[in-house]
Design a protein around this ligand. Structure first.
Ligand SMILES: NC(=O)c1ccc[n+]([C@@H]2O[C@H](COP(=O)([O-])OP(=O)(O)OC[C@H]3O[C@@H](n4cnc5c(N)ncnc54)[C@H](OP(=O)(O)O)[C@@H]3O)[C@@H](O)[C@H]2O)c1
Length: 317
């Protein structure tokens, strides 16, 4: 029997975003516990660009050709043996980081264990839903699992107008925390829209000093989504005993007395269930600032690696 085929944005070596091209791939056979999802939208994340340059080649096995992308929203089209959590025709979303880098989401279809997926929020579009999983889970795991952020506490989010930071502001506010967002001046309005109580422009202000001007006694948590000098600058705003959680820095050069942790986002469908609840009740908004076709994947990857994307971007296969 002829195997079913699909279009996908793939790369065949670690030659960067420009080497990603649209190709035809065979859709794998469904195995036990797996579902076939028709992808309606794929979220774009900085890691998608980083992966094309081989940054994770020693950490995660890769099998070429690799399909880009780890975030998806789509519809269940078929189910393998014992895969019965979802019905055929049901809409789902998920963060599809597998142990091997191979079957990504910038594609018409994906075959994936159903455990990676959660029901899609019904009150938002496929594009918006595809923007949530990786960045939303990172914010959730960074703020709460690693950062232990509590109601009434104060958090400084560095890089607060991008994917992770935008969700970070909203999740922290939903928890009842007070939030300072750090990004450039032009994104100050965006951060306020997401719910930030205060904003700091890292280009014009010393972050730590500006944060101390806002909260003299300092902040309980610094959630760093930038990793460079801005995080180091922010440290003087940390209360004694406060925590620092970073999505990028592994803590090099940080005083060992500081409670520091690096977060590497894990797939987690029960947390996606919680994020769905927030999205469906309007408590988690997704601002899609640009969408791309599969053929435009290199452009999407170039833009996301600039570190200056506002909100989320998606690829529509
Ligand atoms: N470890 C993990 O599991 C994990 C998961 C997700 C993401 N990440 C990493 O976390 C970072 C953020 O991801 P993202 O998806 O939110 O990226 P993004 O959408 O590109 O957002 C980047 C943010 O950083 C800000 N920024 C840029 N330069 C800055 C500087 N010098 N100081 C302070 N802020 C600055 C940008 O604001 P302006 O545009 O106003 O400059 C924007 O708010 C990326 O590097 C990504 O690779 C790691």
């Amino acid at each position: 029997m002829m195997k079913k085929q699909m279009k996908a944005a793939v790369f065949d070596g670690f030659d960067g975003p420009a080497s990603v091209t649209v190709d035809t791939m065979e859709i794998p056979e469904l195995k036990e516990g797996e579902v076939l999802v028709k992808i309606k939208a794929a979220g774009v994340n900085p890691v998608d660009a980083v992966i094309t340059k081989g940054y994770y080649k020693n950490m995660l096995p890769h099998s070429f050709p690799v399909i880009s992308g780890w975030d998806l929203a789509g519809t269940i089209e078929d189910r393998g043996h014992a895969a019965r959590r979802f019905s055929v025709g049901e809409d789902v979303y998920g963060y599809a980081r597998r142990p091997e880098v191979k079957w990504g989401t910038y594609a018409e279809y994906i075959v994936i264990p159903e455990s990676y997926l959660s029901k899609k929020p019904v009150n938002i579009s496929f594009e918006e839903a595809a923007g949530i999983p990786l960045a939303g889970l990172t914010a959730n795991q960074g703020l709460f699992d690693s950062g232990n952020l509590q109601k009434g506490q104060r958090v400084l989010i560095v890089g607060a107008s991008g994917g992770v930071g935008g969700f970070g502001i909203q999740l922290a506010k939903n928890k009842g925390a007070e939030v300072i967002g750090v990004a450039s001046e032009e994104n100050s309005f965006f951060m306020k829209q997401m719910g930030a109580d205060h904003t700091i422009d890292y280009k014009k202000q010393d972050i730590g000093t500006a944060a101390r001007d806002i909260y003299e006694e300092g902040v309980d948590l610094i959630f760093d989504c930038n990793g460079a000098d801005s995080m180091k600058q922010s440290l003087k705003a940390l209360k004694p005993g406060g925590r620092v959680v970073s999505t990028l820095s592994q803590g090099e050069g940080i005083d060992k007395h500081i409670n520091f942790s690096f977060v590497f986002v894990e797939p987690n469908s029960s947390q996606l269930d919680e994020l769905r609840g927030l999205a469906d009740t309007g408590k988690l908004k997704v601002e899609i600032t640009r969408s791309f076709t599969l053929e435009e994947a290199p452009e999407a990857l170039e833009q996301i690696q600039s570190s200056h994307t506002t909100g989320k971007m998606v690829v529509i296969p």
